[in-house]
Design a protein around this ligand. Structure first.
Ligand code: APR
Length: 238
């Protein structure tokens, strides 16, 4: 571990176009549970499987139940950025990092000061009426009961990519562009279980692909460097 850490430290010092690709494991040190760890959201018991509730067809079929789950389990508005978010924002300010590509919807990278954040799965902070397109902030969802309605009567839908929905093509395009230009691709806090997000890593053709994750991932064999541990703690020391 010490050896891998010192190599990563050197790579970071030499890099000018770091790209970070992360997932829910980046926010667990901010108190937001991830999905697939043993204490993750998908291992908690519900009357319906969480991955089914978070799907487009469930949203349309049972919006009341969707929003009950969403308000209870998907909003962590008191969460604060942790050392991982802060270090990435610092590297961007120093001109070392060109983009954060995240699967998270919590807005913590921006809260830490990151500006170039590509949110592959959207954000709970942005919500729009499905009928007239009017924007609503997250408080409109928190303060409302049941299915949140726009002034025009339409349903207010969070800008979060649900299962069965596609990712924003412009965001995907920018993520591919950033990764192909990266001199160091740092992947962390993600099980790399969900596509097309996980497939983005394949666009990196360099030889400095570093992985920081608490558990093993399918990328471990392909990565040039693997650090096993808590990403906030590790980035704080880099
Ligand atoms: N430090 C490092 N790694 C961590 C930490 C931590 N503090 N906490 C958790 N992890 C790791 C876990 O070991 C796990 O491999 O982060 C990973 C989180 O994996 P998932 O829970 O699957 O989250 P993620 O990869 O972001 O899921 C991708 O799945 O359900 C969809 O849309 C949802 O964006 C999500 C996508």
């Amino acid at each position: 571990m010490e050896n891998a850490f010192s190599i990563l430290k050197q790579w970071v010092q030499e890099s000018r176009r770091i790209v970070f690709f992360g997932g829910a494991g980046v926010s667990t040190e901010s108190g937001i549970p991830d999905f697939r760890s043993t204490d993750g959201l998908y291992h908690q018991q519900y009357d319906d499987p969480p991955e089914e509730i978070l799907s487009h067809s469930f949203f349309l079929r049972r919006p009341e139940d969707f929003f009950r789950f969403y308000r209870a389990k998907m909003l962590f508005l008191d969460a604060k950025p942790n050392a991982a978010h802060k270090k990435l924002a610092q590297w961007e300010r120093e001109g070392k990092l060109s983009a954060v590509i995240t699967q998270n919807i919590d807005g913590l990278h921006q809260a830490a000061g990151s500006e170039r954040v590509l949110e592959l799965h959207g954000s709970v902070l942005r919500n729009h009426c499905m009928n007239c397109g009017k924007f609503y902030d997250v408080q409109s969802i928190v303060r409302s009961q049941g299915v949140p309605r726009c002034d025009c009567g339409g349903i207010i839908k969070p800008d979060v990519v649900l299962y069965e929905e596609g990712l924003d093509t412009q965001t995907l395009r920018e993520a591919v562009e950033a990764i192909t230009q990266a001199d160091l691709l740092l992947v962390g806090g993600t099980s790399l279980a969900v596509y097309p997000a996980a497939g983005l890593v394949d666009y990196y053709t360099g030889s400095r692909l570093a992985l920081i994750n608490r558990d093993a991932t399918p990328l471990d064999q392909r990565a040039n460097l693997v650090l096993r541990g808590k990403i906030g703690e590790i980035l704080a020391q880099l």
